[in-house]
Structures are given as C-alpha cells and as structure tokens.
Design a protein around this ligand. Structure first.
Ligand code: SF4
Length: 192
C-alpha cells in the first residue's frame, strides 16, 4: 500500500497501521466524536471575532441545576448556519480556548489618569463612574446652536463605537440613547 505525506498526517500513524492491516477506523472516529458530545447541551451562538459572524454551536456539560455551572467542553461551526455552513477560520476554531482561559478578564478594570496599572473595580462602581463621566462630558461639550445660529443640539465630546457581537436590538437601543443625548459620532457593527 502506498500513501502520501498528506494522507499520513490526515489519518495518523495509528490509522495508517490499522489501514495497512485492513481495519476501517472511520466508525471508531465517528463514535469517539459522538461520545465526546453525547451528554452535552447545545447552544447556538455567533463567533465574536469579526463581522463575518459565523454561527457556532457551544457544547456544555451540566445538568442545568441551579447550583451547577455548565462547563464548556467543545465549540464547533454550526452546519445549519447560512453564513459558514459549519466551517470556522483558525480564529473561530480557537473559541474554546478563549472561553476557558485563565487570563480572561471577568471583572471591570480601570486605569486612572496618570496611572501605569489597571485596578479591579465592582460592576456597580464601573456603571456609576461611566454614567458620571458621560454626564460631565456631555454637559461640557453640548452645542445648542452652530456658528450660524441654527439649532443643532449635538454633543461632540462623546463617540460610540459598537462591537461585533451586538445584536440588532441592542444597537437599536444604542442609537436611540445616543441620538437622545445628541451624539453624532456614532457607529455600530449591526450584523447579528
Ligand atoms: S470564524 Fe473567523 S471568519 Fe467566522 S466570524 Fe469568526 S473570526 Fe470571522
């Protein structure tokens, strides 16, 4: 039997030996994958990395009891998704390691003006400080009339830039809120 290097890498040494001996390991490989996700809960989601917005399926283990935190064990492309049809690029394929990463930030941080380091703050403190800074900036930069005396009611000191995982509903609220404050530098990445 002859084999190419590509075929060797694809099948693996064990598979190659089995193939030489006349065994077909494909059912075993399929069974192994089935076992891996046999008892998982499937959650359909969207890759957060770029505006292609590929669909993914996140497999989690956990019995859905209130005191149990589900454990992500596998992430793969969604074969039913019209954009990617089950495929993922290398970034999307690494999603599992993004979710389960000890360096992942799980709480808000702030770097104060002049400081050289980030400090942890609570969610309440973060929301409070953001609200206070928005009000202060808007009050300081709001323009009621332009240089020709026309009413414009705009705030040029704040800009909003949306993220790629924001849903259309979230972006709708963002636009309503920002327009209500007079923010004109406004961009969303509506796609989900
Ligand atoms: S899988 Fe790749 S191409 Fe698809 S959304 Fe994620 S980063 Fe973009």
């Amino acid at each position: 039997m002859s084999t190419t290097r590509r075929g060797f890498v694809k099948v693996g040494a064990g598979g190659l030996i089995a193939s030489i001996l006349g065994f077909d390991l494909r059912p075993a490989y399929a069974q192994a994958r089935t076992l891996k996700i046999a008892r998982t809960t499937e959650t359909r989601s969207t890759c957060p990395y770029c505006s292609v917005s590929c669909g993914v399926i996140i497999h989690t283990l956990g019995d859905r009891a209130k005191n149990v935190t589900p454990q992500v064990i596998h992430v793969e492309g969604d074969p039913d998704h019209p954009i990617n049809r089950g495929t993922l690029c290398p970034k999307g394929s690494s999603l599992y390691h993004d979710i389960l990463n000890e360096r992942r930030l799980t709480k808000p941080q702030v770097r104060r003006p002049g400081s050289d380091h980030w400090e942890d703050i609570s969610w309440d403190q973060a929301i409070d400080e953001i609200a206070r800074n928005i009000k202060k900036t808007r009050d300081a930069t709001f323009i009621e009339k332009d240089t020709e005396g026309r009413t414009v009611n705009r705030c040029e000191g704040i800009a909003w830039n949306g993220g790629c995982t924001d849903t259309n509903e979230f972006n709708y609220l963002v636009v309503k809120t920002m327009r209500g404050m007079g923010v004109s530098y406004l961009e969303t990445q509506a796609r989900v």
